[in-house]
Design a protein around this ligand. Structure first.
Ligand code: PEP
Ligand code: MN
Length: 332
Protein backbone atom coordinates (compact mmCIF):
# COMPACT_ATOMS: atom_id res chain seq x y z
CA UNK A 1 0.00 0.00 0.00
CA UNK A 2 1.21 3.52 -0.75
CA UNK A 3 0.12 6.42 1.45
CA UNK A 4 0.52 10.07 0.52
CA UNK A 5 1.03 12.14 3.63
CA UNK A 6 0.89 15.91 3.94
CA UNK A 7 4.32 17.55 3.82
CA UNK A 8 3.59 19.54 6.99
CA UNK A 9 3.09 16.56 9.25
CA UNK A 10 5.09 16.56 12.45
CA UNK A 11 8.25 14.44 11.95
CA UNK A 12 7.66 12.35 15.09
CA UNK A 13 4.16 11.53 13.86
CA UNK A 14 5.49 10.61 10.42
CA UNK A 15 7.98 8.21 11.99
CA UNK A 16 5.25 6.72 14.16
CA UNK A 17 3.09 6.08 11.07
CA UNK A 18 6.02 4.60 9.13
CA UNK A 19 6.85 2.26 12.03
CA UNK A 20 3.22 1.27 12.50
CA UNK A 21 2.79 0.30 8.84
CA UNK A 22 6.35 -1.10 8.41
CA UNK A 23 6.79 1.48 5.66
CA UNK A 24 9.69 2.94 3.71
CA UNK A 25 9.44 6.75 3.62
CA UNK A 26 10.25 8.81 0.54
CA UNK A 27 9.94 12.57 0.64
CA UNK A 28 9.47 14.60 -2.54
CA UNK A 29 8.83 18.32 -3.10
CA UNK A 30 5.15 18.12 -2.19
CA UNK A 31 4.56 15.19 0.11
CA UNK A 32 5.82 12.20 2.06
CA UNK A 33 5.22 8.83 0.45
CA UNK A 34 4.98 5.79 2.73
CA UNK A 35 5.33 2.44 0.99
CA UNK A 36 4.16 -0.48 3.13
CA UNK A 37 4.27 -4.19 2.31
CA UNK A 38 1.49 -4.84 -0.23
CA UNK A 39 -0.07 -7.31 2.23
CA UNK A 40 -1.15 -4.29 4.31
CA UNK A 41 -4.28 -2.98 2.61
CA UNK A 42 -6.14 -0.73 5.05
CA UNK A 43 -5.38 2.04 7.55
CA UNK A 44 -6.73 2.70 11.01
CA UNK A 45 -9.54 5.27 11.25
CA UNK A 46 -7.37 7.31 13.61
CA UNK A 47 -4.78 7.78 10.85
CA UNK A 48 -7.19 8.97 8.14
CA UNK A 49 -6.59 12.60 9.05
CA UNK A 50 -2.90 12.39 8.05
CA UNK A 51 -3.37 10.54 4.79
CA UNK A 52 -4.25 12.38 1.57
CA UNK A 53 -4.34 9.41 -0.81
CA UNK A 54 -4.19 5.62 -0.53
CA UNK A 55 -3.18 3.14 -3.24
CA UNK A 56 -3.62 -0.60 -2.66
CA UNK A 57 -1.79 -3.32 -4.64
CA UNK A 58 -2.02 -7.05 -5.17
CA UNK A 59 1.77 -7.54 -5.07
CA UNK A 60 4.94 -5.67 -4.13
CA UNK A 61 5.02 -4.07 -7.58
CA UNK A 62 3.87 -0.74 -6.16
CA UNK A 63 5.85 2.41 -7.04
CA UNK A 64 6.47 0.95 -10.52
CA UNK A 65 2.82 0.06 -11.04
CA UNK A 66 0.44 1.65 -13.52
CA UNK A 67 -2.13 1.47 -10.74
CA UNK A 68 -0.03 4.04 -8.88
CA UNK A 69 0.92 6.31 -11.78
CA UNK A 70 -1.19 6.02 -14.93
CA UNK A 71 1.33 7.99 -17.00
CA UNK A 72 4.75 6.67 -17.82
CA UNK A 73 7.49 8.28 -15.77
CA UNK A 74 9.60 10.79 -17.63
CA UNK A 75 13.36 10.22 -17.66
CA UNK A 76 15.65 12.95 -18.97
CA UNK A 77 18.65 11.87 -21.01
CA UNK A 78 20.93 14.73 -21.99
CA UNK A 79 18.76 17.33 -23.73
CA UNK A 80 15.91 14.88 -24.39
CA UNK A 81 13.30 12.93 -22.50
CA UNK A 82 11.96 9.41 -22.80
CA UNK A 83 8.67 8.27 -21.33
CA UNK A 84 6.29 10.91 -19.96
CA UNK A 85 4.50 12.75 -22.75
CA UNK A 86 7.33 12.35 -25.21
CA UNK A 87 7.28 10.04 -28.23
CA UNK A 88 11.05 9.76 -28.26
CA UNK A 89 12.82 6.46 -28.70
CA UNK A 90 16.43 6.23 -27.55
CA UNK A 91 18.81 4.40 -29.85
CA UNK A 92 21.91 3.85 -27.72
CA UNK A 93 24.79 2.17 -29.53
CA UNK A 94 28.44 1.47 -28.97
CA UNK A 95 30.85 -1.36 -28.36
CA UNK A 96 30.33 -3.90 -25.60
CA UNK A 97 33.54 -2.66 -23.93
CA UNK A 98 35.60 0.47 -24.17
CA UNK A 99 38.93 -0.98 -25.32
CA UNK A 100 41.16 1.94 -26.36
CA UNK A 101 41.07 5.66 -27.12
CA UNK A 102 41.18 4.87 -30.82
CA UNK A 103 38.29 2.38 -30.71
CA UNK A 104 36.02 4.62 -28.63
CA UNK A 105 36.85 7.69 -30.74
CA UNK A 106 35.95 5.78 -33.93
CA UNK A 107 32.68 4.81 -32.26
CA UNK A 108 31.98 8.43 -31.26
CA UNK A 109 32.69 9.69 -34.78
CA UNK A 110 30.23 7.11 -36.10
CA UNK A 111 27.48 8.25 -33.71
CA UNK A 112 28.11 11.86 -34.67
CA UNK A 113 27.81 11.05 -38.37
CA UNK A 114 24.43 9.35 -37.76
CA UNK A 115 23.18 12.18 -35.54
CA UNK A 116 22.89 9.99 -32.43
CA UNK A 117 23.67 11.33 -28.95
CA UNK A 118 24.03 8.42 -26.54
CA UNK A 119 27.12 6.24 -26.49
CA UNK A 120 27.01 2.96 -24.63
CA UNK A 121 30.18 1.12 -23.61
CA UNK A 122 31.14 -0.88 -20.53
CA UNK A 123 34.35 -0.47 -18.59
CA UNK A 124 33.68 -2.69 -15.56
CA UNK A 125 32.62 -5.86 -17.37
CA UNK A 126 30.73 -8.64 -15.56
CA UNK A 127 32.23 -11.50 -17.59
CA UNK A 128 31.18 -15.13 -17.42
CA UNK A 129 34.82 -16.27 -17.21
CA UNK A 130 37.58 -14.77 -15.02
CA UNK A 131 40.11 -15.58 -17.78
CA UNK A 132 38.72 -13.13 -20.34
CA UNK A 133 39.00 -9.35 -20.71
CA UNK A 134 37.48 -7.74 -17.61
CA UNK A 135 37.29 -4.15 -18.90
CA UNK A 136 39.59 -1.15 -18.48
CA UNK A 137 38.04 -0.05 -15.19
CA UNK A 138 38.64 3.56 -14.13
CA UNK A 139 40.92 4.17 -17.11
CA UNK A 140 38.01 3.35 -19.43
CA UNK A 141 35.65 5.62 -17.49
CA UNK A 142 38.11 8.46 -18.07
CA UNK A 143 38.16 7.73 -21.80
CA UNK A 144 34.36 7.88 -21.83
CA UNK A 145 34.44 11.14 -19.88
CA UNK A 146 36.71 12.67 -22.52
CA UNK A 147 34.26 11.56 -25.24
CA UNK A 148 31.43 13.21 -23.30
CA UNK A 149 33.38 16.46 -23.15
CA UNK A 150 34.51 16.40 -26.78
CA UNK A 151 31.22 15.28 -28.38
CA UNK A 152 28.55 16.26 -25.84
CA UNK A 153 27.13 12.72 -25.82
CA UNK A 154 25.37 11.07 -22.90
CA UNK A 155 27.29 8.04 -21.72
CA UNK A 156 25.76 4.74 -20.62
CA UNK A 157 28.22 2.57 -18.76
CA UNK A 158 27.76 -0.32 -16.42
CA UNK A 159 28.39 -0.98 -12.78
CA UNK A 160 29.68 -4.51 -12.23
CA UNK A 161 29.70 -4.79 -8.45
CA UNK A 162 29.56 -2.63 -5.37
CA UNK A 163 33.36 -1.97 -5.31
CA UNK A 164 33.18 0.79 -7.96
CA UNK A 165 29.55 1.78 -7.83
CA UNK A 166 30.37 5.35 -6.69
CA UNK A 167 32.88 5.85 -9.53
CA UNK A 168 30.47 4.58 -12.16
CA UNK A 169 27.63 6.73 -10.79
CA UNK A 170 29.95 9.76 -10.85
CA UNK A 171 31.10 9.22 -14.46
CA UNK A 172 27.97 7.84 -16.15
CA UNK A 173 25.03 9.85 -17.44
CA UNK A 174 22.99 6.66 -17.34
CA UNK A 175 24.11 3.89 -15.00
CA UNK A 176 23.61 0.41 -16.45
CA UNK A 177 23.01 -2.37 -13.95
CA UNK A 178 23.72 -5.57 -15.84
CA UNK A 179 21.75 -8.79 -15.92
CA UNK A 180 24.20 -10.52 -13.58
CA UNK A 181 24.13 -7.60 -11.11
CA UNK A 182 20.37 -7.12 -11.04
CA UNK A 183 20.15 -8.77 -7.62
CA UNK A 184 23.13 -6.96 -6.05
CA UNK A 185 21.47 -5.00 -3.28
CA UNK A 186 24.60 -2.95 -2.62
CA UNK A 187 24.28 -1.63 -6.18
CA UNK A 188 20.49 -1.26 -6.10
CA UNK A 189 20.56 0.70 -2.86
CA UNK A 190 23.32 3.04 -4.09
CA UNK A 191 21.37 3.56 -7.30
CA UNK A 192 18.39 4.57 -5.18
CA UNK A 193 20.43 7.37 -3.62
CA UNK A 194 21.39 9.16 -6.84
CA UNK A 195 19.12 10.95 -9.27
CA UNK A 196 20.99 9.70 -12.32
CA UNK A 197 18.93 7.52 -14.67
CA UNK A 198 19.43 3.81 -13.97
CA UNK A 199 19.11 1.32 -16.80
CA UNK A 200 18.20 -1.89 -15.00
CA UNK A 201 18.69 -5.03 -17.06
CA UNK A 202 16.59 -8.09 -16.38
CA UNK A 203 18.50 -11.04 -14.99
CA UNK A 204 18.31 -13.91 -17.47
CA UNK A 205 16.83 -16.26 -14.87
CA UNK A 206 14.47 -13.70 -13.40
CA UNK A 207 10.73 -13.56 -13.83
CA UNK A 208 8.91 -10.30 -14.46
CA UNK A 209 7.73 -9.96 -10.87
CA UNK A 210 11.29 -10.32 -9.53
CA UNK A 211 12.64 -7.96 -12.17
CA UNK A 212 10.22 -5.16 -11.34
CA UNK A 213 10.74 -5.73 -7.62
CA UNK A 214 14.46 -5.06 -8.20
CA UNK A 215 13.38 -1.74 -9.75
CA UNK A 216 11.30 -1.12 -6.60
CA UNK A 217 14.53 -1.12 -4.55
CA UNK A 218 15.79 1.83 -6.59
CA UNK A 219 12.46 3.66 -6.66
CA UNK A 220 11.91 3.21 -2.92
CA UNK A 221 15.40 4.61 -2.33
CA UNK A 222 14.08 7.86 -3.81
CA UNK A 223 15.34 7.69 -7.40
CA UNK A 224 12.44 8.05 -9.86
CA UNK A 225 14.64 7.70 -12.93
CA UNK A 226 14.51 3.97 -13.58
CA UNK A 227 14.45 2.42 -17.05
CA UNK A 228 13.73 -1.30 -17.50
CA UNK A 229 15.73 -3.28 -20.05
CA UNK A 230 14.72 -6.71 -21.35
CA UNK A 231 17.86 -8.42 -22.75
CA UNK A 232 16.85 -12.04 -23.16
CA UNK A 233 16.09 -14.83 -20.73
CA UNK A 234 17.40 -18.38 -20.56
CA UNK A 235 15.12 -21.01 -22.02
CA UNK A 236 15.68 -24.58 -23.23
CA UNK A 237 16.87 -23.16 -26.57
CA UNK A 238 20.61 -23.25 -27.25
CA UNK A 239 20.84 -22.14 -30.89
CA UNK A 240 20.57 -18.52 -29.82
CA UNK A 241 22.37 -17.10 -26.78
CA UNK A 242 19.15 -16.17 -24.95
CA UNK A 243 15.48 -15.71 -25.88
CA UNK A 244 14.24 -12.13 -26.13
CA UNK A 245 11.03 -11.93 -24.15
CA UNK A 246 8.87 -9.62 -26.24
CA UNK A 247 5.77 -10.85 -24.40
CA UNK A 248 7.51 -9.67 -21.24
CA UNK A 249 8.10 -6.29 -22.86
CA UNK A 250 4.37 -6.07 -23.62
CA UNK A 251 3.64 -6.93 -19.98
CA UNK A 252 6.04 -4.25 -18.70
CA UNK A 253 4.52 -1.65 -21.03
CA UNK A 254 1.00 -2.44 -19.86
CA UNK A 255 1.59 -2.88 -16.14
CA UNK A 256 4.46 -0.61 -15.14
CA UNK A 257 4.98 3.14 -15.31
CA UNK A 258 8.67 2.82 -16.26
CA UNK A 259 10.21 3.40 -19.69
CA UNK A 260 11.15 0.11 -21.37
CA UNK A 261 14.24 -0.51 -23.50
CA UNK A 262 15.05 -3.65 -25.47
CA UNK A 263 18.49 -5.13 -26.13
CA UNK A 264 18.41 -7.50 -29.12
CA UNK A 265 22.22 -7.89 -29.18
CA UNK A 266 22.67 -9.79 -25.92
CA UNK A 267 19.49 -11.80 -26.52
CA UNK A 268 20.52 -13.07 -29.94
CA UNK A 269 24.24 -13.42 -29.36
CA UNK A 270 24.95 -13.47 -33.11
CA UNK A 271 25.18 -10.43 -35.35
CA UNK A 272 23.26 -12.10 -38.19
CA UNK A 273 20.00 -12.00 -36.20
CA UNK A 274 20.33 -8.57 -34.63
CA UNK A 275 18.91 -6.38 -37.46
CA UNK A 276 15.65 -8.35 -37.77
CA UNK A 277 15.26 -8.52 -34.03
CA UNK A 278 16.02 -4.80 -33.65
CA UNK A 279 13.26 -3.97 -36.14
CA UNK A 280 10.84 -6.16 -34.19
CA UNK A 281 11.89 -4.32 -31.01
CA UNK A 282 11.31 -0.91 -32.58
CA UNK A 283 7.86 -2.08 -33.72
CA UNK A 284 7.04 -2.92 -30.05
CA UNK A 285 6.60 0.86 -29.52
CA UNK A 286 8.96 1.01 -26.55
CA UNK A 287 11.23 3.81 -25.30
CA UNK A 288 14.55 2.60 -26.60
CA UNK A 289 16.98 0.10 -28.05
CA UNK A 290 20.49 -0.89 -27.00
CA UNK A 291 22.53 -2.28 -29.87
CA UNK A 292 26.17 -3.31 -29.70
CA UNK A 293 28.19 -1.80 -32.54
CA UNK A 294 31.98 -2.07 -32.86
CA UNK A 295 34.35 -0.53 -35.44
CA UNK A 296 35.80 -4.00 -36.05
CA UNK A 297 33.79 -6.75 -34.32
CA UNK A 298 36.27 -9.46 -35.32
CA UNK A 299 38.83 -8.09 -32.87
CA UNK A 300 36.36 -7.07 -30.12
CA UNK A 301 37.57 -8.05 -26.64
CA UNK A 302 34.08 -9.01 -25.45
CA UNK A 303 30.83 -10.13 -27.14
CA UNK A 304 32.57 -10.25 -30.54
CA UNK A 305 30.01 -12.55 -32.16
CA UNK A 306 27.03 -10.26 -31.66
CA UNK A 307 28.36 -6.79 -32.45
CA UNK A 308 27.40 -5.12 -35.73
CA UNK A 309 30.04 -3.29 -37.72
CA UNK A 310 29.40 0.29 -38.75
CA UNK A 311 28.11 -0.56 -42.21
CA UNK A 312 25.71 -3.19 -40.84
CA UNK A 313 24.36 -0.71 -38.30
CA UNK A 314 23.98 2.02 -40.88
CA UNK A 315 21.90 -0.29 -43.07
CA UNK A 316 19.75 -1.23 -40.07
CA UNK A 317 19.40 2.40 -38.97
CA UNK A 318 17.69 3.39 -42.22
CA UNK A 319 14.95 0.81 -41.59
CA UNK A 320 14.69 1.68 -37.87
CA UNK A 321 13.99 5.28 -38.85
CA UNK A 322 11.19 4.13 -41.17
CA UNK A 323 9.58 2.02 -38.42
CA UNK A 324 9.94 4.81 -35.86
CA UNK A 325 8.24 7.19 -38.31
CA UNK A 326 5.40 4.72 -38.89
CA UNK A 327 4.62 4.53 -35.16
CA UNK A 328 5.12 8.26 -34.61
CA UNK A 329 8.33 7.99 -32.60
CA UNK A 330 11.32 10.30 -32.87
CA UNK A 331 14.73 8.69 -32.58
CA UNK A 332 17.03 10.42 -30.10
C1 PEP B 1 26.45 -5.59 -21.72
O1 PEP B 1 25.51 -4.78 -21.85
O2 PEP B 1 27.51 -5.53 -22.34
C2 PEP B 1 26.18 -6.74 -20.83
C3 PEP B 1 27.16 -7.37 -20.19
O3 PEP B 1 24.89 -7.07 -20.79
P1 PEP B 1 24.06 -8.06 -19.82
O4 PEP B 1 24.26 -7.52 -18.45
O5 PEP B 1 22.66 -7.92 -20.33
O6 PEP B 1 24.62 -9.43 -20.02
MN1 MN C 1 28.06 -6.94 -24.19
Amino acid sequence: MILHIDKNIDSARLKQLADFYEAITITDDNKHVLVTPSAIKTIDDAHQQFVKEIFVFDTDIQLASRKYLKEKRNVTIGKNDIGGNSRNVLVAIGPCSVESVEQITQSAEFLKRLGLNTLRAGSFKPRTSPYTFQGLGIEGLKMLDKIRQDYGFSIITEVRDSTHVDDVIAYADIVQVGAKSMYDHGILRKCGKTNKPILLKRGFGTNLQEFVQAAEFILSGGNNNVILCERGIRTFETKTRFTLDLCGAAYLKENTNLPVILDPSHAMGYAYGVPDLARACMAMDIEGLLIEVHPNPKVALSDASQQLDHQQFENLFGTLKAIAGAINRTII
